[in-house]
Design a binder for this molecule. Structure first.
Ligand SMILES: Nc1nc2c(c(=O)[nH]1)N[C@H]1C(S)=C(S)[C@@H](COP(=O)(O)OP(=O)(O)OC[C@H]3O[C@@H](n4cnc5c(=O)[nH]c(N)nc54)[C@H](O)[C@@H]3O)O[C@H]1N2
Ligand SMILES: Nc1nc2c(c(=O)[nH]1)N[C@H]1C(S)=C(S)[C@@H](COP(=O)(O)OP(=O)(O)OC[C@H]3O[C@@H](n4cnc5c(=O)[nH]c(N)nc54)[C@H](O)[C@@H]3O)O[C@H]1N2
Ligand code: SF4
Ligand SMILES: [Mo]
Length: 688
């Protein structure tokens, strides 16, 4: 940086680090050593020069007056958020000494906790993974978002694989299924609009009348957690109306007693009337969708993770994934389905080089599921569980705000005997519970590289500016800790730029192009499954067998069918999808974005509101056996009858009582993938 002529304006190529399928290419303008603008790169096809509002505000977030820019040591009570600055030496010595003492008894009592605060491979699981492997710490099962649908898709197709984003522009029918794309997958929406202008029909399947639903031709506002029933009825209708591509099915879909014949029998039990009763939508709408889906080609499904945050989320994805196989939609490049493209990158990454599991040296530490951190922090040592958790090292995540059943999570984080280290940009709800906070750099201040779960370009991020204050990249912090702990393996000296290169298999990713241009597209077929070739053991779509039952509709943990007594007390289903101007709990503290979102609120349908004497703008109590959350009500037909929408994910400390929606959610897991079922949650609402 020192060589820069400070009066000259420079443009640096970067990549958006956020947990968003769009993974935009950034152009960062720096003047006098300061970032003045972050814009979308017009040359990168998926980004086409546009960023969402949130990341356009990245400079505001980076230069925010509340950035943590020195190491901090707790001086108040846990959760109070009172700290004093300390030097890096003191902070690192404190952490290394505590971790070494715990590790001497049992390193599994130390748990890393991280998710996708940055999707960068280097500031994610590179040096951190090496550090925890070498230490022998517990492993973390990273399930909080996508593993129900992801594992289900991989079980069906052989990988998290799908259509190319750009080809949606050529589809004649697009079903946007469990996704508020305008909010959470904006660059897909651009292609969907191109298709719409060219005459495509757009359907939206979502309990909430989202801004995306408003812009589709049709909206099916079904009850949360019922899409499996809908998919089964669609199968029956496709069969009845001769819309099954028998040739594609015979050649590329599993046959036999655990295959399509068994599932076809099951689908025959689901006439549209039965599904309509379960889903809470008219049967003729289901018929209309089946008719269009079966006759308009190419037909594409943009599935997103919203629909899999329920008990049966995994089975639902398996059922939906079969639909484009039944109609042969995969024969076209603009037909098929996209839930995630991350499987394409799995083959392109060199995780072993980056994460060095060999440093485990034959040890096989236990695994902690991040989605049940509330319960697990409160567990005592036992033969089944292993040692009580004595230390947590949190980075790239804000579990106190985002993990389910907050009361348990907070109780765990408040444990006086728990040693908690948090690497952060800000004093989040989680950082407030830390013993030591370590200041981390943002994407503008460090190197990184990443794939995408919505497109097929590998991305490079160059630092645009020097780290602010005393902030250090995550990878640097783990390098420093490794040195303090006496880890001398040469891999602990690798620089971040070296690790960018180690991240990719050179035969799959053109690393020179990545460095020269900032991105490089994976070489993949245009229509990946036009002639089958699913990467399953036998090349066919897998429906069952080897312990995997043929997929079925699985009702919610919490619904009238499963728990009628509970549903009588808590008759409303609550979903808590993301707010458009936040990225999970990130950006909640950026004033310009928070002022657009206003304040935490719950949308409730006029009929449900009237029955409870609730008026718009009034403060209400949402409650169930797990707790209570107060916020403002918005009486709105964005909510369907019987369902309330608590838009997320606010920092607890901005809530009226210092809580957020996760005060009400539970820790029961999905059918597949050990994931949380955030949108499978019964509540009652009353005026406060
Ligand atoms: N602006 C913004 N963008 C984001 C995020 C954010 O917080 N804000 N989060 C990012 C993350 S982490 C992820 S995982 C991705 C994907 O994020 P998703 O969780 O897929 O989020 P959405 O696209 O908003 O889709 C959720 C939609 O699913 C609907 N839904 C809820 N339950 C059901 C159901 O049972 N069936 C059906 N059919 N629909 C249901 C909700 O009403 C909501 O509109 O988005 C990313 N993009
Ligand atoms: N009720 C409810 N709960 C949910 C969801 C929901 O829809 N409803 N969605 C779930 C989903 S899909 C997800 S993915 C999770 C998301 O949960 P998290 O992955 O925890 O995501 P964020 O809340 O955005 O928190 C990420 C944190 O990482 C920090 N960070 C970013 N970059 C860096 C970096 O380079 N270094 C360090 N040290 N820190 C960094 C940010 O400042 C931020 O505080 O939440 C889940 N929780
Ligand atoms: S959050 Fe998503 S849409 Fe916004 S800039 Fe990042 S990748 Fe693009
Ligand atoms: Mo997510």
């Amino acid at each position: 940086m020192a060589a820069d002529n400070l009066s000259v304006s420079r443009t640096i190529h970067g990549a958006c680090p956020h947990d968003c399928p769009d993974t935009c290419a950034l152009r960062v303008t720096v003047e006098a050593g300061r970032v003045v603008r972050v814009a979308g790169d017009p040359d990168h096809p998926p980004t086409h020069g546009a960023l969402c509002t949130k990341v356009s505000r990245y400079p505001e977030r980076t230069y925010h007056g509340e950035r943590v820019l020195t190491p901090l040591r707790r001086v108040g009570a846990k959760g109070e958020g009172r700290f004093e600055p300390v030097s890096w030496d003191e902070a690192l010595d404190t952490v290394a000494t505590r971790l070494a003492a715990i590790a001497a008894r049992d390193p599994q009592a130390i748990v890393p906790y991280s998710y996708a605060g940055t999707m960068g491979l280097v500031q994610g699981e590179s040096m951190a993974a090496r550090f925890f492997h070498r230490l022998g710490a517990s492993r973390l099962d990273r399930t909080i978002c996508a593993s129900a649908g992801g594992d289900a898709l991989a079980a069906t197709y052989g990988g998290k694989l799908g259509m190319h984003l750009e080809h949606f522009a050529e589809s004649r029918l697009i079903v946007v299924w469990g996704s508020n794309s305008i909010a959470s997958n904006l660059h897909f929406w651009t292609f969907a609009q191109q298709a719409k202008r060219a005459g495509a029909r757009l359907w939206c399947i979502d309990p909430r009348r989202t801004e995306t639903a408003d812009k589709c031709h049709e909206h099916l506002a079904l009850r949360p957690g019922t899409v499996g029933a809908l998919a089964l009825a669609l199968m029956l209708e496709l069969g009845v109306h001769g819309c099954v591509d028998e040739d594609y099915v015979a050649r590329h879909v599993q046959q036999g007693p655990a295959g399509w014949p068994a599932l076809r029998e099951r689908a025959l039990q689901w006439p549209p009337e039965r599904a309509a009763a379960v889903c809470g939508v008219p049967a003729d709408r289901i018929r209309a969708l089946a008719r269009e889906y079966g006759t308009l080609q190419p037909a594409a499904i943009r599935l997103n993770y919203g629909m899999q945050r329920v008990h049966g989320g995994g089975n639902a994805v398996r059922l939906i994934a079969l639909l484009p196989c039944l109609t042969g939609a995969w024969r076209h490049r603009a037909g098929g389905l996209l839930l995630s493209s991350s499987g394409w990158f799995k083959a392109a990454r060199d995780d072993a080089a980056l994460q060095r599991p060999d440093l485990l040296a034959g040890r096989d530490p236990r695994t902690i599921n991040m989605s049940t951190i509330g319960d697990d922090l409160l567990r005592e040592s036992s033969p089944g569980f292993g040692p009580r958790i004595e230390a947590l090292v949190v980075y790239n995540s804000n579990p106190v705000a985002v993990a389910p059943e907050s009361a348990r999570v907070v109780a765990g984080f408040r444990r006086e005997d728990l040693f908690t280290v948090v690497l952060e940009h800000f004093l989040t709800d989680t950082a407030d519970h830390a013993d030591i906070v370590l200041p981390a750099t943002t994407q503008l201040e460090h190197w990184d590289t990443q794939g995408s779960y919505g497109h097929t370009w590998a991305m490079l991020n160059r630092p645009a500016i020097a780290p602010l204050g005393q902030a250090r990249p995550n990878a640097q912090i783990f390098r420093d800790l490794a040195a303090r702990m006496g880890f001398t393996e040469p891999c602990f000296a690798d620089s971040d730029e070296t690790m960018v290169r180690q991240a990719w298999r050179p035969e799959r990713v053109d690393v020179e192009e990545l460095f020269a241009r900032g991105w490089t597209q994976l070489a993949l077929p245009e229509a990946p499954f036009a002639d089958g070739g699913f990467p399953t053991p036998d090349g066919r779509v897998c429906l069952g067998g080897a312990g995997l039952p043929v997929p079925d509709f699985i009702p919610n943990h919490e619904c009238a069918e499963t728990v009628p007594a509970l549903a009588a007390r808590y008759p409303l289903a609550m979903i808590s999808p993301p707010a458009r101007h936040f990225l999970n709990s990130t950006f909640v503290n950026v004033k310009s974005l928070r002022s657009v979102e206003g304040e935490p609120l719950v949308e409730i349908h006029p009929v449900d509101a009237e029955a409870r004497g609730i008026a718009s703008g009034q403060v209400v109590r949402l409650f169930n056996d797990r707790g209570e959350y107060r916020c403002r009500a918005e009486v709105s037909t964005r909510a369907r009858p019987g369902v309330v929408n608590g838009l997320g994910i606010w920092w607890r400390k901005y809530g009226l009582d210092g809580t957020n929606v996760n005060q009400l959610t539970h820790q029961r897991l999905t059918d597949i993938g050990r994931a949380p079922s955030f949108y499978d949650c019964l509540v009652e609402v009353a005026p406060a």
